[in-house]
Design a protein around this ligand. Sequence first.
Ligand code: BG6
Length: 484
Amino acid sequence: KEENPVLFVIFGGSGDLAHRKLYPALFQLFQKGQLDQHFAVIGTARRPWTHEYFRETVQSNLHEGTAEQQAAFAAHFYYQSHDVQDAAHYVILKKLIDTLDQKYQLQGNRIFYMAMAPALFGTIAQYLRSEDLLSHDGFSRLIIEKPFGHDYASAKELNDAIVSTFDRDQVFRIDHYLGKEMVQALPYLRFANQMINASWNHEYIDNVQITLAESLGVEERGGYYETAGALRDMVQNHIMQVIAMLTFPEPETLCDQTIEAAREQVFTHLHQLSEDEVKAKFVRGQYGPSADGQQIGYRQEEKINPQSNVETFVAGELELDLPQWQGVPFYVRTGKRLLEKKTRIDIVFKKATSNLFGGESLAAPVLTIEVEPESGFIFSINGKQVGTGTQAVLHSLKYQLTDADQQLVPDAYERLLLEVVRGHQSNFVQWQDMAGAWHFVDKIRQAWEECDCPDFPNYTSGSMGPKAADDLLAKTGRHWIYQG
Ligand code: BG6
């Protein structure tokens, strides 16, 4: 049990993300003793809430622990009504920070969490410095949530405003996929096994498939989603980070700096698509109602323009201009209202060049990494048909986290918050990576704007997306390994 004295100041503290994700994650850290006596949380937002009301809302979103544990945790929460554009409000906030610092002996350690409209991140960062809210004797760290801009230019503007106030090692850009157990397991799989490491390249790998399928629709987030779409919501960030974890060159040692440098290699070597390549290699879709009429289509959802052409599905093929990955297609797809929630990676190895065993041609071995909801590996490899038959057939080697293992897996936010408290940067997004990913998706966006939108809706809720996503692979004789 190791306690980390720290104060959290959450901008957007009355909001959905804070209540659904951040406070339950902090509660987990509290339950495990990583936060104990010496921590406090200030939630700020415009609404005029009292500390008591705030504590009630926090508590009502905790679904574990006893009422006593929840109350003991919530007692560390304070609410400050705050207009982020008013300098005078920062003076009041500073007083509360200083009082709590003393009361809980926080050693001046401060984490500022931006869980609100990104347009104001820069303003907040600048006031934190000008009104002297940054620590003099402990650490000051800044956590930034998505959406981090809506294209490269707006992301750069945001970043410039932040780095003019905070140093590089104080800024933590969060992508919760980097906090997932099986995403963190990827470097182990690659670098702790010489035989996998040796075959992790274009000589042995035919293609890589990444599926981030969701069964839910846009839910109550229609307003945001209409400005984002699947490309910005999932591809620019989560899919790109998964690719980086799968492909970054082996560093000599594992520390924040070497991992960051290795990941940057991936983002600076993403093959940037021309307009014609976008047309040939990326497809988009939007869900319509389900076949049984139980689920409504995207255009019928709340806060959605009934003629909306926003995509809720993307599939595409991308490549890396790195020698190790020359010619290996990375097929990616993500979408809402697909058949089921499934986050998985399929590494499709090349087939053996000759078949000594008769029958049809040998199947391609596939290493599947199941991220969620199941977590584990499935290795499909050729072996002998059992019995007197002589042909080679695919066998499955399977490792899955047990229920007991799953109990040990922290929620992504819990893990990442603890890393910020400890000052570890390697599972956060560096600006160079973000910039590379934005350049990549901007090209797709621009090409899509130039051509006619497909006839939306073009897939049924509960399916695996539009037919065009299957055609994308079929034209090279491949298919999606995961078919639902
Ligand atoms: C978020 C997106 O970043 O990731 C959501 O904004 C999406 O639209 C979510 O539903 C998916 O995360 P997870 O952890 O459920 O796969």
